[in-house]
Design a protein around this ligand. Structure first.
Ligand SMILES: [Zn+2]
Length: 79
């Protein structure tokens, strides 16, 4: 049974496109990868700005994340 995560699904599409070699399939994959990269870069920029304190709501977001992390680490220590 094949893994259905987005990375594995895309990997199978890439393998199929490389085998078939159609330009349209390859162009579609390149476009998908380009879009995914753009979203990942936006997420990275956003999260980096929160972590370095330059995002306007950084203090609130970091405080909320810290509260969640404290509970997770406490729960992990109990197990
Ligand atoms: Zn997978």
């Amino acid at each position: 049974m094949n893994c259905e995560c987005s990375s594995c699904v895309l990997g199978r599409k890439i393998d199929a496109a490389l085998t078939s070699g159609t330009r349209e399939e390859l162009a579609g994959i390149v476009e998908t990868l380009h879009n995914d990269l753009g979203h990942a870069q936006e997420d990275l920029g956003h999260l980096s700005a929160i972590l370095d304190g330059s995002w306007p709501s950084a203090v609130e977001e970091l405080s909320a994340a810290l509260s969640v992390a404290v509970v997770k680490r406490r729960d992990a220590a109990v197990r």
